[in-house]
Write a protein that binds this ligand. Structure first.
Ligand code: SF4
Ligand code: SF4
Length: 378
């Protein structure tokens, strides 16, 4: 199975999004020696193909010289691992020079926009929208493919229709992200999206997606349906990510995922020591991640979604409780709601009235768009 290494060149970021939990003012920037150590570390680490995602903070702050050297070092030094790349950036500091370097490696970019300018800038800071769109134009002009991640907060979920229409009308594909409690502020829940609201949002977007099939892609809905119908998760949230995902911070420390970067208790090793999997497995963070997996087997054992949900994201479950495993991903409620909706719709479409809510008016049922059309699209 392919594995995933997230490279975080810095936790610094020029933006100041209200709900951010992953940037750090004055964070160091990775130097090219660390990339050389990554190559040495991974040469014999695993035999499977590897995808590198540059993440942040804002990864492009590392500059053109960094990418000019890092990309060939990784691609050629690890050519036996069929390296692929991706990048997550707000695009503010993208220059034509940087775009050309990234385009040589066909790097797909994920960027962030929360909807129309006014709403986006309310959540992400004044001027954000314009700076991202300027970078987007540079990316497009250089043949780079950009998809947008839209963070829905407690505030913006009330404008879900306006947000959906913004993405539809502009022809942008959409991946949504629920705002998480920010553990770096005094009010962690201020922007966080409540799990039930998140579940309702997913079901709402499923309807909108089906009504507009062929005009927009909503990646989360694709992933949820694919997971349900194949019985296997296709994104990290819905598989056991431990052991197949790693992240390397600016100073070469290795963590289970980029979300843990900057938290010393989650360091599993450092790339300069070229640790094997067995070495990493001796760290407390590795053990905790695997304890979470065992916990999911027990706590989710009777849930019909277990095969393609796997207890959701361990970060969401472990970090807000200060490193104690007290339950599964708090978004469980949302996952149950959306998987039940997919099950009911599939049953309804395949077996007529079987599995339907008898109290639901027949007219409304038949008016619903068909979920099978989404499956056939895949
Ligand atoms: S900790 Fe969460 S975000 Fe990170 S790889 Fe695992 S599932 Fe994905
Ligand atoms: S829906 Fe909830 S109970 Fe079911 S597998 Fe996912 S996290 Fe566990």
């Amino acid at each position: 199975m392919a594995f995933h290494v997230m490279l975080v060149p810095t936790l610094s970021c020029p933006a100041r999004c209200s709900y951010c939990w992953s940037s750090e003012v004055g964070s160091p920037v990775m130097n090219i020696e660390t990339i050389k150590e990554v190559v040495e570390w991974l040469k014999d680490f695993k035999k499977e193909p590897v995808t590198f995602t540059f993440h942040g903070g804002e990864p492009l702050l590392a500059g053109a010289d960094f990418y000019r050297q890092a990309l060939p070092l990784l691609a050629e030094g690890l050519s036996h691992l069929k390296t692929a790349f991706a990048l997550q950036s707000n695009l503010w500091v993208l220059t034509p020079e940087l775009a050309q370097i990234l385009a040589k490696y066909n790097i797909p970019i994920g960027s962030s926009l929360d909807g129309p300018q006014e709403l986006n800038d309310l959540q992400r800071g004044k001027g954000y929208f314009e700076k991202t769109m300027k970078g987007y134009e540079i990316a497009k002009a250089n043949g780079l493919k950009v998809s947008f991640i839209c963070t829905f907060t407690k505030h913006s979920v009330k404008q879900k229709e306006e947000i959906f229409n913004f993405f539809l009308e502009n022809g942008y594909n959409l991946k949504l992200h629920p705002a998480l409690p920010s553990l770096r502020t005094d009010e962690p829940e201020k922007w966080a999206l409540d799990p039930e609201e998140y579940g309702k949002l997913l079901i709402y977007l499923m309807d909108k997606y089906l009504e507009n099939l062929g005009k927009i892609e909503i990646m989360n809905i694709d992933h949820l349906c694919k997971a349900y119908f194949t019985g296997r998760g296709t994104v990290c949230t819905f598989v056991d990510c431990m052991g197949s995902t790693f992240a390397v911070g600016p100073e070469g420390n290795i963590y289970p995922c980029y979300r843990f970067i900057g938290m010393p208790e989650y360091i599993m090793g450092n790339v300069r020591d070229h640790p094997s999997e067995a070495d990493l497995a001796r760290s407390d963070a590795w053990k905790l991640m695997h304890q979470y997996k065992d916990h999911v087997d027990k706590e989710c054992g009777s849930c019909t979604n277990i095969k393609f949900c796997r207890g959701g994201c361990p970060y969401n479950a472990i970090v807000p409780t200060g490193g104690k495993i007290e339950g599964v991903d708090p978004h469980c409620k949302a996952y149950k709601m959306v998987f039940k909706e997919i099950t009911d719709r599939a049953n309804e479409e395949m077996f007529g009235s079987f599995g339907m809510d008898p109290f639901q008016p027949a007219q409304r049922r038949s008016a619903r768009p068909s979920i099978m059309s989404l499956i056939n699209k895949r």
